[in-house]
Every structure is written in C-alpha cells, then in structure tokens.
Design a protein around this ligand. Structure first.
Ligand SMILES: [Zn+2]
Ligand SMILES: [Zn+2]
Length: 296
C-alpha cells in the first residue's frame, strides 16, 4: 500500500494538505503524521471501494446479469436500489475499521515485501494460492459462525434479505458483517509474506469475485470453484455453501450442496414453475430456520 500512498501523496495529498495549512495558518501535516495518514487512507480507500463497487457491479448488471431474474417472486420491489443503499451505508464504516490494518502495513508491521525475487519467483504464485486458500478457510468459518442463531439476526440477516441477488448485493450487508468477512484479507499479510503488487492485484480480484458470485451468471459448472451457482444456492437455501472461492471447506465440513441443473440453465432457471417451487421452499424453510432459532 505504501507504493499507492507514495503516488497519492506526491500527486494529490501534498498539495491538499499545503492548501489546508495555508487556509488555517498552520504548518502542513507531514507525510508520516498518523492523523494525515488516517485521513488520506479514508479518502483513498473509500473512493476506491465505492468506485470499484459501483463500477464492477454496474458493468456486471449492464452486460452479464440476466435481468429476467428480476421477475422471480422473491425479488423485492426496488431491490437494486435497496442493495445500493445498503452498501452505501456499510462502506464508510468498513473503511474506518480497515484503516488500522493499512496503517500497520504502512508502518512495516506486515510481511508485505517489495523485491520480486526475495523468496524466489515461484513463491509469487505460491503466495497467491496460499492467500486464496487461507482467506477461503477463514471466510468459511466467519460466514458459518454468522449463521449461528446468536449472531445471525444482528449481523448477517441483512445480506440474506436478497434471496435472488443482483450484482449490487455483493457489498450490501451490515457493516460489521462486511468488516468481519474482509478481516482475513488483511490478516493474511501479517501471517505469511506477499509481494506488494501480488497483494494489490488479489485485493482487486476479491472485490470482482464478490460481485461475480452475486451476478447469477454461471460461466462454468466446475465442482471445485465456488461460483455464482453455489452462492445462489446459499441465498436460496441458506445453510449451505459458505465458501467464497472454493467448495473445498464446504465439502470437508459437510455444508456442501450441489447446485441443481436448472440453476445453470437460463431457460429452466427463469421458468415460472421452477421459481414458484423455489419461492414455496423459501416460504416454508426460512421461517423455520429463523424462528426456531429465535433469530428474529
Ligand atoms: Zn450467509
Ligand atoms: Zn451473498
């Protein structure tokens, strides 16, 4: 992240803080000031995450999302706007909670490194695979625990308001839920080394992936990859497929549910009979799942 901050300080923030100092007749905040770094990080992370969310989800909605899904009986009136409003409320809080992690990284407490060959070139690929596996494992358990009756209503239920998602559901959750599910991405570089550019690229990837698993479009029916089909099963049938990137931990810890063929097949997926069956299942299963566990 320091490479990004270096550019931003040089081309944006130095002049902004100089102007602010002139206006307030004080000395400009130095680059290593914690107050300045926190303010700059808030502006940068918030702008990045908002642009990324609306940009990626917007493109996915425009070019990939099957809008016939909006005819599903469980699709809420004005749902896309509700998803955007929910995400817009969550993102500033998540940004604030994220700042200490990035400050820790900027101040050299993480294992992010700069030299491409520090651990050998093969390690660049190994660390990327390790990042996916480590975060997938942690998110699996964070997500599964969020479905625990004591936690669910307070933290995760908001994200399950979207039974049939649009790509804008990707970041539409309670801020604490969003933060908890993002924690493994920050924690990873305090546990094993990662090259700064590999880390930045993976950070962009995880945001795109989060949109992709909510766009309902199933490019492949690969049984190992936790794609849109698997996450659709999670939103429709609730206590299955908690994973983010792979189905590995759902298979190991017995929460895997194979998507049915109609989830992959556009014409069958949009059939009124199939959608009515799904709606009936949700009407009977969801109150049982929620009320019996006193989640309301
Ligand atoms: Zn869930
Ligand atoms: Zn989801």
């Amino acid at each position: 992240m320091d490479v990004v901050m270096e550019y931003l300080d040089t081309y944006v923030f130095d002049s902004v803080y100089d102007k602010a100092a002139q206006l307030t007749a004080t000395a400009p905040l130095p680059r290593d000031s914690l107050v300045r770094q926190s303010l700059s990080l808030f502006v940068f992370i918030y702008a990045y995450i908002v642009a990324f969310y609306f940009g990626t989800a917007g493109l996915s909605y425009r070019f990939i999302y099957d809008k016939k899904q909006e005819q599903h009986p469980k699709f809420l009136p004005r749902q896309r706007l509700l998803e955007m409003a929910c995400a817009s409320k969550a993102l500033p809080v998540i940004t604030v909670l994220t700042i200490p992690w990035i400050l820790g990284e900027l101040h050299g407490y993480s294992l992010v490194y700069k030299e491409w060959d520090k651990y050998g070139y093969a390690y660049l690929g190994i660390s990327a695979a390790l990042f996916i596996l480590f975060t997938d494992f942690c998110i699996y358990w964070v997500h599964r625990l969020e479905h625990h009756p004591r936690v669910y209503a307070r933290c995760h239920k908001l994200h399950h308001k979207w039974i049939v998602c649009t790509p804008f559901a990707s970041h539409a959750f309670h801020p604490v839920d969003g933060y908890l599910q993002s924690l493994p991405y920050h924690l990873a570089v305090f546990i094993f080394p990662m090259h700064e550019y590999v880390y930045l690229a993976l950070f962009a990837f995880v945001n795109v992936w989060s949109v992709m698993i909510h766009d309902g479009e199933y490019v492949a029916s690969n049984p190992v990859v936790n794609g849109a089909a698997h996450h659709t099963v999670h939103h429709l049938y609730f206590n299955y497929n908690y994973g983010q990137f792979t189905t590995l931990f759902d298979r190991i810890f017995n929460s895997y549910r194979k998507p049915t063929q109609e989830i992959y097949d556009r014409s069958r997926r949009n059939s009124k009979t199939v959608q009515a069956l799904q709606a009936r299942h949700i009407d009977t299963a969801l109150p049982t799942l929620e009320n019996s566990k006193k989640q309301q």
